[in-house]
Design a protein around this ligand. Sequence first.
Ligand SMILES: [Zn+2]
Length: 436
Amino acid sequence: MDSKAAFTPKAKHLIVISYDAFSEDNWDLARRLPNLATLMQSGAYSNRLRSVYPTLTYVVHTTTATGVYPDKHGIHHNNPLQPFVAEEDQHWFWFREAIKVPTIYDAVRKAGMNTAGILWPVSGKSSIQYNIPEIRALKGENQALKVLRSGSPLYCIQMELRHGKIRQGIQQPYLDDFTTKCAVDTIKRKKPNLLMLHLIDLDDAKHQFGTDSEEVKQVILRMDNRLGEIMQAVEAAGIKEDTVIMVLGDHGQFNVRYKVHLNKLLQDKGLIYEENGEMNWRAYFQCGGGSAYLHIRPGDAEAEQLALEAVKAYMEDAASGVDAVYTRDMLDPLHASPVTGVMLEAKKGYSFDESLDQPFIVDLAAHGIRYATHGYSPDKSGYRCNIVVSGRQIRQDFAFGELEMVDIAPTMGRILGVAFGHGDGRVLEEIFADAE
Ligand SMILES: [Zn+2]
């Protein structure tokens, strides 16, 4: 590709819809639904989109928006490390400033185009012009106010006034219904060049009810209806001929039977301990469902050795939930964050949890609890994501093969005529109608 070609836009508008947790196991159902099927007829599609490690929402979405792997972009997890803080009380990587590299939405804005973001992860206080960032109120905070302070105030207020009655806090399906209405409204009134929308209903339902549940099927139907609303808005705005719509997943999920509370191993070794009435640590597992980071206090080689011995002893148990111990030489080819030198990968059917107030292993099925999660290696089988890219400028009804999450941002740039080729990915040239 010559550099000049990169500046000729394929389309004036690009709408990116992230269906959180939309993976290959949902493909057969989703592709038969009317709206996604329509997009596929007028576009290119694949169920072989490989995510990044670990497959956590903020890690992946940051790769989607930057075209680089987690070893460069700075977002290693949904949450910064917060030992001993309950999950619901932890703050997340909510703000753009945590990302260490250029983003596609900054580049598009810089090129003089207008941008919109609706619940796009890690976009708080960013350059996005019409922005409702994904942020959650912690104890004692007001959800709407917190969003307002981190997004575009006037736009947030307008959306809240017009559509806020649909929302019930951050409960689904109301939240995605609300954000879909915001997207529809924004497409019609603002005609943004780039709109990035994050829908969470499917991820929520998988976590709560399991990947193969009736509830998940119902969500997939709802997702198609939401997609239809957005497609209609594009038509109503009169921009259909000049719009590309991209729908994609960020990771799959696996059903979990056993929750393993890994930090118990470290507590038993004295690496997590109480001192003057406070919890302290020499080694600590920051867990992310299907994987965990082993944090060690800087320079404490003994703590690392003791922690690894404890893991090794646990792995000798045939019923251990640890699939693999990844040391740095294995994490580098996976382009995992340099934040730790060791990560653990869970077996299918198991997940890791960092809390210390539970038994070491909890059999969820024995408690009648359905649960699924993600965070596993993107190379586990049955774990690829789906993508559909549709528009007049895209090859029609074209099934393409393997692609990487790092390819998305440069391809978004190519569609809008913005060179964005500094990263790890490539432009998916094969999906364009004029591809040779
Ligand atoms: Zn996700």
